[in-house]
Design a protein around this ligand. Structure first.
Ligand SMILES: Cc1cc2nc3c(=O)[nH]c(=O)nc-3n(C[C@H](O)[C@H](O)[C@H](O)COP(=O)(O)O)c2cc1C
Length: 206
């Protein structure tokens, strides 16, 4: 860790932390972890993303990327991508997807990631995940420092039966049985099995 751990002023029991890139090294947060799949030349690429989420309520999904990553360039030249939501047991595959590039710009660790054909886009997904999205590129928004936002319109979504909510399935049991993978930046992960109903206010409206 950098010198971001050096406490600055302490006031009211709170220590000021530096703003900027170092901020995210000072504390843990809870994030999703997905594997974005793109078409790359005659093959494909996968890359883990934790800055990823549904964008609004009308079938858009987005993730933060950077022009330095092949994923960004791949989406530019082939405007589709897949999103695979790995199980906790797939944490190593998720890590392989971030493996280094070597001669010929190949990412050899990808060979250890089992894949399956996507259903509606020209691409692949990571095999064995509980949930998948297939997206058409809606737009790329550049200019957030070195980051860009890649937004896709979800054209197909499919889930393993045991991951689907239903009237005959208790939500808490489902989460417990399945175990949800959470990324805890920087550099940790967790398996979420314990969950509680959110205590919405009685007059809550979406
Ligand atoms: C756990 C984890 C989460 C990551 N999250 C993101 C992210 O949200 N956005 C991003 O641009 N890169 C993220 N990365 C880094 C890239 O996905 C990674 O460097 C990848 O190898 C880039 O591959 P590419 O050049 O084939 O696109 C993450 C890496 C890891 C290991």
């Amino acid at each position: 860790m950098s010198d971001t751990s050096v406490p600055a002023e302490e006031r009211d029991g709170l220590i000021e932390v530096p703003v900027g890139a170092g901020l995210w090294e000072c504390v843990f947060m809870v994030a999703p972890l997905v594997i974005v799949g793109t078409k790359e030349a005659d093959g494909w690429d996968f890359a883990p993303k934790h800055m990823a989420m549904p964008l609004g309520w009308e079938g858009l999904y987005c993730f933060a990327c950077t022009p330095r990553h092949a994923t960004y360039r791949n989406v530019q030249s082939h405007p589709q991508f897949t999103v695979s939501f790995p199980r906790p047991e797939q944490i190593v595959e998720s890590s392989f997807a971030a493996g280094g590039r070597y001669e010929g710009d190949v990412k050899p660790a990808l060979a250890a990631v089992p894949t399956a054909a996507a259903r509606v886009v020209d691409g692949r997904v990571v095999a064995g995940c509980p949930l998948y999205l297939e997206c058409e590129l809606e737009r790329i928004v550049d200019g957030f420092g070195s980051a860009s936002l890649i937004v896709g319109r979800v054209g197909a979504a499919y889930a393993a039966r045991e991951a689907l909510r239903g009237s005959e399935v208790d939500d808490a049991d489902l989460v417990h049985r399945l175990g949800l993978l959470a990324y805890l930046p920087p550099g940790r992960f967790a398996v979420v099995r314990e969950s509680l109903s959110f205590p919405y206010p009685e007059d809550f409206r979406q």
